[in-house]
Design a protein around this ligand. Sequence first.
Ligand code: ADP
Ligand code: ADP
Length: 226
Amino acid sequence: MATIEIDKVSKVYHGNVPAVSEVDIKITDGEFIVLVGPSGCGKSTLLRMVAGLENISSGTVRIGGRIVNDVEPADRDIAMVFQNYALYPHMTVRENLAYGLKNRRTPKPEIEARVAEAARMLELGPYLDRKPRALSGGQRQRVAMGRAIVRHPSAFLFDEPLSNLDAKLRVSMRGEIKRLQRRVGTTSLYVTHDQLEAMTLADRLVVLNGGRIEQIGRPLDVYHAP
Ligand code: ADP
Ligand code: ADP
């Protein structure tokens, strides 16, 4: 596990008003932080800077004490889960789960053990030999989470992972993420525009508005604030 330190981080897309302004968040080991706020408030830009996928205009992000942009992408010990699943369509579920580990030259028995562990946690056992097109939306999203889990990363970054699912499935997947969070306890930064999702999952909530932190605190304190 690792801390994530976001220190006076700003982003200006050329010539525009800042998308993110001087954001400070210290995420402690094992903490689950949810970023909420209206569309365009900078959630996704901030998450992408933490992931090292977007240049930071000023400020620094450290994960486990190391400055994100100083670490080669392949050596970054973080895993991302997106709303569009990003599964390889020509590979089976098992191959999708194993792919990132194979790339990192993880020994085969270790890959098999981690795939089996993720399949157990996410109840994907019966689907391991299917291709993504033969899965439901919820099952695909579980595979996407499985791909992150098998890495045993020191931090998870979630970008609206449930927003493509229907309402009923969102509720059940929310419960599933909550259970995983209790079990795995990995430091997480989670972006959503769904208040209930935020309330259910967050140890602390960060409300962004116009690229700045408007509120930060425990869910009940934030949503019951005057
Ligand atoms: P959110 O995820 O909260 O919806 P974003 O981080 O996507 O917000 O966007 C924050 C602001 O930055 C918005 O004003 C958006 O239009 C702008 N923005 C996002 N990406 C780009 C880009 N690649 N180029 C220019 N402006 C961008
Ligand atoms: P990692 O182990 O870091 O997830 P991958 O090689 O699995 O590395 O993926 C590299 C990048 O490509 C990731 O950002 C992933 O989300 C994206 N990606 C994975 N599958 C697809 C796909 N089918 N189409 C487009 N992008 C994908």
